[in-house]
Design a protein around this ligand. Sequence first.
Ligand code: PMT
Length: 403
Amino acid sequence: MPYFSMVSMLSLTNKRILLGITGGIAAYKCAELTRLFAKAGAEVRVAMTQAATEFITPLTMQALSGNRVSLDLLDTEAEAAMGHIELARWADLVLVAPATADFIARVTHGQADDILSTLVLATNAPIALAPAMNQAMWADTGTQSNLRSLRERGFHIFGPGEGAQACGDIGLGRMLEPEQLIEHSAALFEVGELAGLRFVITGGPTREAIDPVRFITNHSSGKMAYALAQEAAAAGAQVTLISGRVNLSAPETVRTLDVESAEDMLTAVMENISDASVFIGVAAVADYRPRLQAEEKIKKDGENLTLELVKNPDIISEVAKLEPKPFVVGFAAETNSIVENGKEKLDKKNLDLLFANNATETFNSDSISVTAITPDNEFELATANKNVVAREMLKLIAEKVKG
Ligand code: PMT
């Protein structure tokens, strides 16, 4: 059996697959199927009918998918974790494999009498069925009429294959192999513009401790970095976001690492930078930190308090020194001579691209106005919402990285 193609790997990155398992002997192949989806960068959540649990255990599927398995519509604990409607909305694709003749018949008639048929009814995502049944059941006019009706309603039918069956018969009705199901699923998605690229993005402010209750920080909200992370993941990139403390949450498709200080951020970046194609330093990193962090709260004894500050490591410059180095993108929030100061930073830090912006307008704002500066060019991007601008920035990065 040929291994699945590179294109499948790319188009399944960050995709959310709801794998429905019904009660057929081929259910055992779902272990391998889940492993292959994960290998292609997809996230898998599993819903099983009662009969399916006779063929493969929910524990196996939980261990392989890394997520709790949905078994029962009336399970209050599972509903509290991710309710069935939320799960139906979460999916980019619902794949039912194996799909028994009984399940196909129930779905044809719009029944919602267990967790899986309910999810199929409730989702707006594309639905694919991988039939698996005895060859006579497959050939039966009832099954064929159900499948015709489902195809007309837009269901995708993957297979079945032909060959020896568990019952001893030979003919059509075998569930396709996991690699084939991966190929068919991948073909339903476009390959994103950033597929195959790994991004490391820093965002938010750093906090530099003075004592256990006080710190030095700045006004960065993280909005620009989170917009870039979200848009890069949506375009198919694998994204690691290293974030200072902010009140935002990134989509599940973004791997987020929370840090506090500039030194923590540097450590997290260096631990995650190998194999990155692109590094984007959006974080407003504190340039200095107190030389000493008091172990106890500093008392207000005198009229003045003098803090000695020492320089923090320059994270982006460290990344730009790596051999080989990723494509390195910086930001500069300036209050005056915005483009001139931006150019100076691009040069001094050995960056490939820098987005200079007006510090008095950008911090914590939902929109941004930037000048893109490269070693040999500079131009403005249209002022817009940070997600819209993030898409333009990523287009530019993709052009430069892909050549
Ligand atoms: O978070 P938001 O509210 O959405 O605001 C967005 C933003 C204003 C934070 C963002 O648009 C921005 O401009 N970020 C960079 C802030 C800045 O002025 O950085 P800088 O000039 O100190 O540093 C230049 C570059 O070096 C940046 O890419 C920065 O991440 C990096 N740097 C700086 C210092 C340091 N010790 N390590 C670094 O990596």
